[in-house]
Design a protein around this ligand. Sequence first.
Ligand SMILES: CC(C)(COP(=O)(O)OP(=O)(O)OC[C@H]1O[C@@H](n2cnc3c(N)ncnc32)[C@H](O)[C@@H]1OP(=O)(O)O)[C@@H](O)C(=O)NCCC(=O)NCCS
Length: 126
Amino acid sequence: MSKMKISVGIDIEEVKRFRTAVRDRAFLRRVFMQDEILYYKSKRKNPQTLAGIFAAKEAVVKALSQLLGNRYSVGDFVILHDKTGAPFLIEARTRKVPRLPRGLAISLSISHTSAQALAVAFVQQQ
Ligand SMILES: CC(C)(COP(=O)(O)OP(=O)(O)OC[C@H]1O[C@@H](n2cnc3c(N)ncnc32)[C@H](O)[C@@H]1OP(=O)(O)O)[C@@H](O)C(=O)NCCC(=O)NCCS
């Protein structure tokens, strides 16, 4: 019987850091993709949204590193939201749902308060 592989990654971010950083255009461009900035603007430029997106990327990198080693970084992924508001990710390079080795699939969840944003990523073999 083959063992199903699962892994979890979690990250928490201080919203304050993003509240000040949004004034720095170079920072925004370095850390976020255009679709993420547009989404943030659609959410009335709420810094909690940016903090949540960033936390999601970190959580994904952590979860993947458990199974695949340190081959991914936050810049490899774009966090998008479907029409119900649920987050999902695509690969920055291909703009598609990432094709991960060994049929791994990623699920994401984001939450935030005015002070902190938290994200959990769950990686599972399909
Ligand atoms: C999803 C829901 C539970 C979020 O609860 P909340 O306590 O307000 O939000 P939190 O601060 O914990 O988390 C917010 C994040 O949850 C995520 N989220 C939003 N809607 C989501 C959904 N339907 N499913 C999963 N995650 C969702 C987003 O990443 C959001 O961050 P953002 O606002 O920066 O994009 C709440 O909106 C809900 O009950 N929705 C039901 C579905 C619904 O009514 N959808 C309306 C559009 S069809």
